[in-house]
Design a protein around this ligand. Structure first.
Ligand SMILES: NC(=O)c1ccc[n+]([C@@H]2O[C@H](COP(=O)([O-])OP(=O)(O)OC[C@H]3O[C@@H](n4cnc5c(N)ncnc54)[C@H](O)[C@@H]3O)[C@@H](O)[C@H]2O)c1
Length: 380
């Protein structure tokens, strides 16, 4: 078993998800590699006790990421910090020769993303990937295999989105994800956009152009002292793109929706493909349910399949049981570590977002900002 010693930079919400996945590595049954968490860096010391209590192997706690990167023991880093810090810290990690899984959007804007990609190109031996876990759900892995087998025929349309309602309450206190200086001009697109882009991009559904509709629904929120302060980020975005069908040719509409104010949606990631031979639809709202339609010239019968725990990386969980968010995080990490240890991915759809795919998402989101400003269709 190869052990990869990891450090976390940014140990908040997502840092803890990674730490928990490390602690649950025994869930995976056929891995030749495992992570060991040895260092944590965060500016907020309130976070440390949870790590101290649960991870006795952590030998380094620091509020200075330079100290963590100077630790020769550390081979790889998970970085989950606010978007304004992505450029500086991701580049420092790569320049320090550490492998990295970084969080989306991989730079607060296109300029920052360009800089991160330049660093990647200067260090081709360092594995750099971006986090996105939803495609690891069993139903999405099944749809990926069906795309490879050309089950759907010529594509008619594809709809992909990530909707949640965490900002529905206008009284909710503002945090960094609602401030342009930390989250970026993209607003909800930067925050949520990589999730609905990952799967279509991997399928080769590349947006050629975009017409965007962006909404700011709540323009002021209380701060920690109860004062109302400006909330300037985009809450919701609908991107209508033209994409080319890579297998059959022809143009089809691809919609990518990201909404932080979507009543009725707690945390819904969905994907739908309609083709001339078949259709498929899946949503994390009902994660077991995969809807399929195979058209053979007669009835258009929709099948509903109850997916079990059909994971790409085998686990101890029985095949009939349910798969959830934390399982998708564990599978994503299994994919990253497998790629790191073996130099290749297990399959096209069971692998993490590449830096080039993040660059495409930045081209899409900057074109979307132009489109909304000019009421125009913009080339991506
Ligand atoms: N993959 C997903 O499903 C998912 C979900 C939520 C957030 N994210 C992404 O993860 C990243 C972090 O989001 P989060 O929700 O974990 O945020 P968070 O606010 O919970 O955590 C960020 C942490 O970074 C720390 N930090 C700030 N400046 C630092 C510095 N200079 N050095 C070290 N630590 C510093 C903060 O103290 C905080 O603990 C973002 O890029 C976000 O878009 C991904």
């Amino acid at each position: 078993m190869r052990i990869i010693k990891f450090g976390i930079i940014g140990a908040g919400l997502m840092g803890r998800e990674f730490a928990s996945a490390c602690a649950r590595w025994c869930h995976l049954t056929k891995m030749n590699v495992r992570p060991e968490l040895v260092a944590v860096c965060d500016r907020n010391p309130v976070i440390y006790p949870w790590y101290r209590d649960n991870f006795p192997a952590i030998r380094q706690f620091t509020d200075d990421y330079h100290e963590l990167l100077a630790n020769p023991e550390i081979e790889a880093v998970y970085c989950a910090v606010p978007h304004n810090l992505h450029r500086e810290i991701y580049c420092a990690i790569i320049n320090a020769g550490k492998h990295m899984l970084g969080e989306k959007p991989f730079g607060i804007d296109k300029e920052a993303n360009d800089a991160i990609l330049r660093c990647c190109m200067e260090h081709p031996k360092i594995l750099v990937r971006c986090s996105s876990e939803f495609p690891f759900y069993p139903a999405m892995q099944r749809i990926g295999r069906m795309i490879e087998e050309d089950f759907f025929g010529q594509v008619i349309e594809v709809n992909s989105g990530f909707l949640h309602s965490s900002d529905l309450n206008p009284e909710k206190m503002i945090n960094w994800k609602r401030m342009i200086e930390f989250n970026g001009e993209y607003g909800c697109m930067g925050d949520l956009g990589m999730h609905p882009c990952h799967f279509p991009f991997r399928a080769g559904y590349i947006p050629k152009n975009v017409r965007a509709i962006l909404s700011k629904l709540v323009d002021k929120r209380p701060d920690k002292d109860g004062n109302m302060v400006p909330c300037l980020t985009w809450d919701n975005a609908t991107l209508l793109c033209e994409s080319e069908d890579p297998l059959h040719g022809g143009i089809f509409p691809l919609t990518i929706k990201t909404q932080r104010i979507a009543p009725g949606e707690t945390d819904t990631w969905y994907f739908e493909i309609k083709g001339m031979k078949g259709c498929a639809k899946w949503s994390s709202k009902n994660p077991r349910r995969l809807e399929l339609l195979e058209y053979k010239g007669s009835d258009q019968a929709v099948q509903q399949i109850d997916m079990g725990y059909e994971s790409t990386f085998p686990t101890i969980t029985g095949g009939i049981f349910e798969f959830g968010f934390t399982d998708s995080i564990l599978q994503m990490w299994a994919s990253f570590l497998t790629e790191l240890a073996e130099g290749k991915t297990v399959s096209r759809f069971a692998s993490c977002v590449t830096p080039k795919e993040t660059a495409l998402s930045h081209r899409l989101f900057t074109a979307a900002l132009r489109s909304w400003k000019n009421t125009s269709t913009e080339t991506v």
